[in-house]
Structure formats: structure tokens, C-alpha cells
Ligand binder design. Structure first.
Ligand code: GTP
Ligand code: MG
Length: 138
């Protein structure tokens, strides 16, 4: 399986970006960078699902606010395929804080604040596999 999973990453367009009507603009950028969208689902997370997704951050001071925010509207979950998908997608989304994200990155163009930063991207192949499973292999 590793030859497959290491070329996949998981992405999630966050509620404020969905509300700003930029789903299409964000996916256009993703496709321009040669990622293939091979799974897509638009859902509203329950608080329990958001808490489970971000469990790795449960001891961080922003955990509760983050989970509440992720339930404020629908999100778009995606499986993206490309050689070196995880690392290349982290480069494309930019720094966590949109104010620090480089020009041309998704967070620079579409993010609002450190919390409302438009998009999530997996940070490792292992987490990509877990996050894809969380949304697409129940
Ligand atoms: P993700 O791709 O969403 O995982 O972002 P990241 O890997 O760049 O950041 P990290 O995993 O450290 O944090 C997860 C999410 O928590 C971020 O995307 C933000 O939405 C939020 N977050 C991170 N740091 C802060 C913070 O200092 N304050 C607040 N309010 N939210 C934060
Ligand atoms: Mg992260």
C-alpha cells in the first residue's frame, strides 16, 4: 500500500472559505499545481467529529475554539494525488498564519486569521492516511 498512500494527501477547505464562495478558486489553484482530486465530500462536522479530528491538539490552548470554529459551517474534504503530495501541498497552502504565508499560497490569498486560515493539509504520510480514512473509509 505504501507506494499508493505516499502519493496522497488529505485537504479540507474550512468553513470561512466555504462561506466566502472560494471553493472553486481554491480547487483551481490545487489543480493548476498538478494535484488530482480523487475524493471529495462536503459535510458539516459535529463537535464530536471535530474534536476527534483535531485530537492531536487537545492540550493546545486553542483546541476548543478551533473545534467550535470547524463546526460553524460545511467543510470540503478532499483526497489529493500527486508525487510528493504531502510536502508539496504544505508548500502550496503556506504558513499557519495567513499573514506569514508567502504570496501565491492558498492561505495568503484566502485565509482570514491564524484560526480561520482557509484550508487544512496533512503534515505526514501517516496522518494523511489516517485523515483520509476518517472521511472516506468508514
Ligand atoms: P492544519 O493544516 O489545519 O493542521 O494547520 P497547520 O498544520 O498549519 O497548524 P497546526 O496543526 O499547528 O494547527 C491546526 C489548526 O489550529 C490551524 O490550522 C489553525 O486553524 C488552528 N491554530 C493553530 N495555531 C493557532 C493559534 O495559535 N490560535 C488559534 N486560535 N488557532 C490556531
Ligand atoms: Mg496541522
Amino acid at each position: 500500500m505504501s507506494h499508493i498512500t505516499e502519493n496522497l494527501t488529505f485537504a479540507m477547505i474550512k468553513p470561512e472559505a466555504v462561506k466566502k464562495n472560494v471553493i472553486g478558486s481554491i480547487i483551481a489553484l490545487i489543480e493548476e499545481k498538478n494535484f488530482t482530486v480523487c475524493g471529495l465530500s462536503m459535510v458539516r462536522l459535529t463537535l464530536e467529529r471535530a474534536q476527534a479530528f483535531y485530537k492531536v491538539h487537545e492540550d493546545r490552548p486553542f483546541y476548543q475554539a478551533l473545534c467550535d470554529y470547524m463546526c460553524t459551517g460545511k467543510i470540503v474534504a478532499m483526497v489529493l494525488k500527486k508525487e510528493n503530495a504531502v510536502q508539496d501541498f504544505r508548500t502550496l497552502i503556506g504558513a499557519t498564519n495567513p499573514k506569514e504565508a508567502l504570496a501565491g499560497t492558498i492561505r495568503n490569498q484566502f485565509g482570514t486569521s491564524i484560526e480561520e486560515n482557509a484550508i487544512h493539509g496533512s503534515d505526514s504520510d501517516t496522518n494523511a492516511q489516517k485523515e483520509i480514512h476518517f472521511f472516506f473509509n468508514q
